[in-house]
Structures are given as C-alpha cells and as structure tokens.
Design a protein around this ligand. Structure first.
Ligand SMILES: *[C@@H]1O[C@H](CO)[C@@H](O)[C@H](O)[C@H]1NC(C)=O
Ligand SMILES: *[C@@H]1O[C@H](CO)[C@@H](O)[C@H](O)[C@H]1NC(C)=O
Ligand SMILES: *[C@@H]1O[C@H](CO)[C@@H](O)[C@H](O)[C@H]1NC(C)=O
Length: 189
C-alpha cells in the first residue's frame, strides 16, 4: 500500500516536473561495458534504446561464468565533461568524490548515501540487489531503466545543464573485473 502510494506520488511529481519550467530532465547518451577477464564474465548486451523523442532507456548484461563469494568492490564516480582537448577526445573531470565500497558490507548496513541513491536508480530493474554471495546467478543485468524514471529521482539534485558520466568499476579480490560507464545529458524542461 505504502509502496503504491509512493509510486503514485512519484508519478504526480514527475508530471509536475515535466510541466513546471524549472524542472530537471536527463537523457541517456551512451552506456559502455567492458569485461577485464573473459574467464569470469562477458558482455552480453549493453545499449541505449530510443523509446521516443525524449524517452530512452538503458540495458546491459554481463554473463557470470564463476561464482563470486566475497571481497566484492564497487567503485564509482560522477564525472562531468570539461572542454574538449586538442585532439577532440572528451575531457572527463570529477564532479563528485570517488566512492569505494565493500559491497558485501554495503548490503548489510547500506551506510553510503551516494551508493544508496545509485542503487535506487536501478531498483526493480536489476538482479544485483541482494546480499553476498553471488553463486546462483548466470548473469548480472540492469534492464529498462528509463530516463524519465531517473529524471524524477534527480530533480532535487543541483546539477547544471551539461554532459555527465557515472564511471563504475567492479572488483573482486581487489582486481578490476568489469567497467561500466553511464553517459547522460542534463537538460532543463
Ligand atoms: C558509445 O560509446 C562507444 C564506446 O566508446 C562508441 O563506440 C559509440 O560510438 C558510442 N555511441 C554513441 C551513440 O555515442
Ligand atoms: C533492495 O532489497 C532490499 C531487501 O529486499 C529492499 O529493502 C530495498 O529497498 C531494495 N532496494 C534498494 C535500493 O536497496
Ligand atoms: C587494492 O589495490 C589498490 C591499488 O592497487 C591498493 O592501493 C590497495 O591498498 C589495495 N587494497 C587491498 C585491500 O589490498
């Protein structure tokens, strides 16, 4: 019941965010996935899907070829795009401090505010959200996270218009296993 009411309120607030002129709106511009160890995981898919003129979504899936028990690190940092360098390559600069999480510990106490927010973005769209170990999964996926949903969640956050990226890295035994970057543009409505 509470959940249903929350969703309804969220929906009404989002309608408001589209109609109010000072709202914030984001669109995905790209998502990249990279596996550093093909014996452990492979990229199955990783893409932005266009759903309409102002609507898109992301989906990605890594196969899991070996179980993961402990020592899982999740590292992320929100970046912003600076002016391009001479050769035209984008110049990503930190927008917020880097977060390095011990995931197994995080699932127990959820002590990190930024990480809580990141996992809220994918809640209901991912099979990631459970405590360690990860032994039964054949894959880890994030499916159909839409820009409109994320937009309604970031409205309160002071972010100027522009291009951003959430750089993420998963490690086990302190060795990088996969790299996933989420690129998006913040526009105002
Ligand atoms: C997304 O990023 C990949 C890897 O950097 C690149 O090959 C691709 O062209 C990009 N797609 C878009 C739409 O920018
Ligand atoms: C993840 O799962 C837990 C337990 O099922 C739940 O309480 C929580 O709200 C879920 N979502 C996030 C973002 O932690
Ligand atoms: C993990 O690796 C980093 C960089 O290679 C190092 O600085 C850090 O001390 C390592 N942490 C552990 C727990 O081994």
């Amino acid at each position: 019941m509470v959940n249903w009411v929350g969703k309804l309120i969220g929906l009404l607030m989002c309608l408001q965010c589209v109609t109010q002129l000072h709202g914030m709106f984001m669109k995905f511009t790209n998502v990249t996935c990279e596996s550093k160890d093909f014996s452990k995981s492979r990229v199955e898919y990783c893409e932005v899907k266009t759903l309409g003129k102002n609507k898109n979504s992301i989906r990605l899936r890594y196969s899991m070829l070996q179980p993961v028990f402990d020592n899982i690190g999740f590292h992320f940092q929100l970046m912003t795009k600076g002016s391009e360098s001479v050769d035209g390559t984008p110049n990503w600069q930190p927008f917020l401090y880097a977060v390095n999480l011990d995931m197994c510990r995080f699932w127990k106490n959820r002590h990190n505010h930024l990480a809580k927010m990141v996992f809220e973005f994918i809640e209901g769209h991912s099979n990631l959200n459970h405590s360690c170990p990860y032994t039964k999964e054949k894959f880890i996926s994030i499916d159909d996270v839409t820009n409109t949903e994320v937009s309604s969640m970031i409205r309160g956050i002071p972010m100027a218009k522009g291009f951003y990226s959430l750089f993420t890295r998963w490690s086990t035994e302190n060795i990088t296993r996969v790299l996933t970057n989420f690129y998006f543009e913040v526009l105002s409505v």
